[in-house]
Design a protein around this ligand. Structure first.
Ligand code: PLP
Length: 384
């Protein structure tokens, strides 16, 4: 066991998880870890029910009309690749933003390099928010997809998804929303936002185990198959069954992880998305207040906590983010994330490339004492 670590890197993956998650994983692997299969033995039927339960829980949380359109993935990256590479065809134009993570920008750049698509990357303001009018201005007759993050993983800033959704629908394109930093801390209604494709990890604010995530593939998005293989149904069919979820979901599912995700979604439903978000925002406001007198500290992006999820980046004058993070870990036992956060275009836009910034992201189990320790540690580092 590590000595106690004050973990403030929940934007990477949430820790700790609700205790029910570990219990559910252990129980499932001890008692019921069969592969789902229709019409199979009782354990296979139980595993099938587990997948159906979790699809239904995800559908409730994100107001998805058809749970079968929830596709289990390994993480958000897997879901984003499935959506991006499944949605576009040769000659398409795609719009993305400088705030997007490499798991959006790298698949897109790979398609550019393959000569498949043309790409426009729109800017953000100094507040770390894009202007939806830039999406409208970038639109061309060949635009097929807008792929954008819902909340910046560097700044935590919430993006105007509903306005972009309206613009995309008016022009009959597709909106892919990367909810890696918002699923679990922002109320998301895919229809109200005009989202055709929603990609999210299970292991961040949904509080499930790593190896879980999902893609919602709405009816307007006719995706190419992602991988072909066994589905446990329609085995006589020569090719991949067109029915959802099987069109996009082949191979043995991560039932162990999904058992944990069922427990975390139940915990979240009970606690409430808004309550978790409020808790994390209050902690960051406490941090900003504690550091506000120190002029050598700069908070990046909007200072308005209501326009952010519980993620924020800082710069300390005279101390590189990497050195600050190393000192926080070594001397204070505080885990935060330095560097580019897999978002190089965001840091270029903010003028913080290549060193990046120091990112702080509390979770539902972080406390005011954790934040006070971090604040004291940062102030001490500024003294040196
Ligand atoms: C905005 C954003 N998108 C995508 C990802 C990728 O998520 P995953 O690690 O689940 O693949 C992350 C992870 O940090 C992220 O912050």
């Amino acid at each position: 066991m590590h000595a106690r670590v004050t973990y403030l890197d929940n934007a990477a993956t949430s820790f700790p998880k609700p205790p029910e998650v570990a219990d559910a994983v252990a129980r499932f692997i001890r008692e019921a870890a069969a592969s789902p299969g229709r019409g199979g033995h009782r354990l296979a039927v139980d595993a099938d029910r587990l997948l159906a339960d979790v699809r239904a829980a995800i559908a409730r949380l994100f107001r998805i009309a058809e749970p079968r359109r929830v596709i289990f993935t390994l993480n958000a990256t897997d879901a984003l690749n499935m959506a991006i590479k499944g949605a576009v065809s040769a000659g398409d134009h795609v719009i993305t933003t400088v705030l997007d993570h490499n798991s959006v920008s790298r698949p897109l750049e790979a398609l550019v390099d393959a000569g498949m698509i043309a790409l426009t990357r729109i800017a953000c303001g100094a507040d770390g928010v894009i202007d939806p009018r830039d999406v409208a201005a970038a639109w061309t007759p060949r635009t097929r997809l807008v792929a954008m993050t819902h909340a910046s993983n560097v700044l935590g800033t919430l993006q105007p998804a509903a306005e972009v959704g309206r613009i995309v629908r008016e022009r009959d394109g597709l909106l892919l929303l990367d909810a890696a930093q918002s699923a679990g801390v922002v109320e998301i209604d895919v229809e109200a936002l005009g989202v055709d494709l929603l990609a999210a990890p299970g292991h961040k604010a949904l509080l499930g185990p790593t190896g879980t995530g999902f893609l919602y593939a709405g009816p307007r998005a006719d995706l190419h198959a992602w991988r072909e293989g066994g589905t446990g149904v329609d085995s006589e069919s020569r090719t991949q069954p067109r029915d959802f979820p099987f069109w996009l979901e082949a191979g043995s599912a991560n039932t162990v992880g999904i058992a944990g995700l069922r427990a975390s979604l139940a915990w979240l439903a009970q606690r409430g998305v808004a309550a978790v978000a409020e808790h994390e925002r209050a902690l960051l406001t406490r941090l900003v207040d504690a550091l506000s007198a120190e002029r050598r500290i700069r908070v990046l992006g909007t200072p308005d906590a209501r326009r952010r999820v519980g993620t924020m980046s800082l710069l300390l004058d005279g101390l590189s983010p990497a050195d600050a993070a190393a000192a926080l870990d070594a001397s204070f036992g505080v885990a935060v994330r330095a560097g580019l956060h897999c978002a190089p275009y965001a840091h270029r836009a903010l003028g913080t490339f290549p060193d990046g910034a120091l990112r702080v992201s509390p979770g539902p189990f972080s406390s005011a004492a954790d934040i006070d320790l971090l604040a004291r540690a940062i102030l001490e580092l500024c003294e040196v």
